[in-house]
Design a protein around this ligand. Sequence first.
Ligand code: ZN
Length: 420
Amino acid sequence: MSLFAIIALALILARAVTELWLSRLNQRHVRTHRNEVPPVFRGVMDESMYRRSIDYTLARSRFGNIVNVFDAVVLVAVLFSGLLPWAFGKFSARFGTSILAMAGFLFVTGIALSIPGLPFAWYAQFKIEGRFGFNTTSTKIWIVDRLKGLLIAALLGYPLLVLVLKLIEWTGASWWLWAAAVVVAFQLLMLLIAPAIIMPLFNKFTPLAEGAFRERLFALARRTGFPTRSIEVMDGSKRSRHSNAFFTGFGRFRKIVLFDTLIAQLTEPEVESVLAHEIGHYKKCHIVKMVSASIAGVFVAFAAIAWLARQQWFYPAFGFQHQTGFAAANIVPAILLFALLAETLGFWFSPLIHFWSRRFEFEADAFARVAMGEKQSLIQALRKLSEKNLSNLTPHPLYSGFYYSHPTLLERERALQAGA
Ligand SMILES: [Zn+2]
């Protein structure tokens, strides 16, 4: 094994071990609080609901451990068994090394590698979510969702791959800059058209019915300087009893979306406060900052792929032959290997990203407090959502610090109380 192969293997194993360790830490922490609702949460959850939230947390955590170990084993097997060079050789021999064939290889390999995870996704949805009363997805919807996803990937993803590979031949050494620019342009286009074209393939969106409630939300949008044409209700209950709200699109395509489950669970002032929080994300430029970071990420990723493909040690570490020159067939293995390794590398940066995201949540909460002129509605809304979603109220601080994109209920309440 080459040095680089050993480093890659060590990173994959270190990730799996870290995840298991954090999970164990969290499970223990949660168990020590099992028998009594912590005093600060007495008004939030009753005894039986609290117990249920702990059982839900533990069930998901145990299942997560199995998935993490399985994923690590599959990744190691795929990377180091020689499967990829073998498949690449067979595929090239059969279909050639044209751009269309090479894009096809990446596409087919991507689909094939997603298959081992399907039974786990099925189990999580129907067994775990089902056991705790969250699942409302039928088997038919679940299967059709996956087929629609596959179709969208074929219609949008495959042509994008073809274009990226074409750029290698057209532009030579600077291909990665062009490729990154094209991928970024594609992502921005998707942000624009997804709400109009893709999301309706999965859910039904209906404008919020005329009346006092609708007026109340539009009044909030006006006074916070967030002009919106429509507020729509999404049939989230088609798949799950979990609840959410978000806004999507840019400029005149922008719309605010409330899950039907959210409207069913919260009072009108509470929904208004959740919407104020969402508007806060927009007004505080969180969306622009996130999108900018992701654009930078795309450029870094393509620069890394181009650099790795030039290194003499990179391909042999995974059983491929080192290649020079700017033909698609020389770069395709690097794209594939990078895609497989990206998550392993990204994992170590995730606490930083989550820290950043939690800061945004605090800012959006503070914005909502000012916009509402009171904090009680938002606090009530957050409490109810924690209860309805069986959130873990007592995660281990290291665990929530590593994984949580949102602060815990207690942290958010404290910040809201301290704010005024
Ligand atoms: Zn938020």
